[in-house]
Design a protein around this ligand. Structure first.
Ligand code: 5GP
Ligand code: ZN
Length: 136
C-alpha cells in the first residue's frame, strides 16, 4: 500500500534490520528499541490492523511468533517477553499496518511499562457482558 512505511520495508524500499522472513511474514528490529531486541512481526500483505484480518491471515502471522520469540530470547538472554499488538490510535497504534511487538524484558524497571489496573469483580455485570459479546 502506498505511503505505508511497513509496506515500504517489506518491498525493500526502506532499510530494516531483518531477523526472520518467510513467504507471508517479515520480522525486523523496531527502530525505537524500547528494550534491546524489540522486534516487530508483520504480515507481508497490508492490513490496517488485526481487526481487519481474517483467521487465515492472522493464523499465518501468529504461527511463526513462538519461533521468532524464542530466537530473540536466545540472542538477548532476556528474562521474559511481552508480546503486544495495538489496534487503533486509542490503543497506541501509530503505524497502520498490522504488527506484533516482541519486547524482551530484563528488569522490572526497564523501559517498558505494561500495567493492568484491577477492579473489584462485579459478577452480574461480567455475566451480562459475556452474553453480549458471545451474541455479537
Ligand atoms: P505502534 O505504536 O503502532 O504499536 O508501533 C509502531 C512501531 O513502529 C513503533 O514502536 C516504532 O518505533 C516503529 N517504527 C516506526 N517507523 C519505523 C521504521 O521506519 N522502521 C522500524 N524498524 N520501525 C519503525
Ligand atoms: Zn502496509
Amino acid at each position: 500500500m502506498e505511503d505505508c512505511i511497513f509496506c515500504k520495508i517489506i518491498a525493500g524500499e526502506i532499510p530494516s534490520s531483518k531477523v526472520y522472513e518467510d513467504e507471508q511474514v517479515l520480522a525486523f528490529l523496531d527502530i525505537s528499541q524500547v528494550t534491546p531486541g524489540h522486534t516487530l512481526v508483520v504480515p507481508k500483505e497490508h492490513f490496517r490492523n488485526m481487526l481487519e484480518m481474517d483467521g487465515e491471515a492472522a493464523g499465518q502471522l501468529f504461527a511463526c511468533i513462538p519461533t521468532i520469540a524464542r530466537k530473540v530470547m536466545k540472542a538477548t538472554d532476556a528474562k521474559g517477553m511481552n508480546i503486544i499488538n495495538n489496534n487503533e490510535e486509542i490503543a497506541g497504534q501509530t503505524v497502520f499496518h498490522t504488527h506484533v511487538h516482541l519486547a524482551p524484558r530484563y528488569t522490572e524497571d526497564d523501559d517498558l511499562n505494561v500495567t493492568f489496573v484491577a477492579h473489584e469483580p462485579d459478577f452480574p455485570a461480567l455475566a451480562a457482558l459475556a452474553e453480549k459479546i458471545s451474541n455479537a
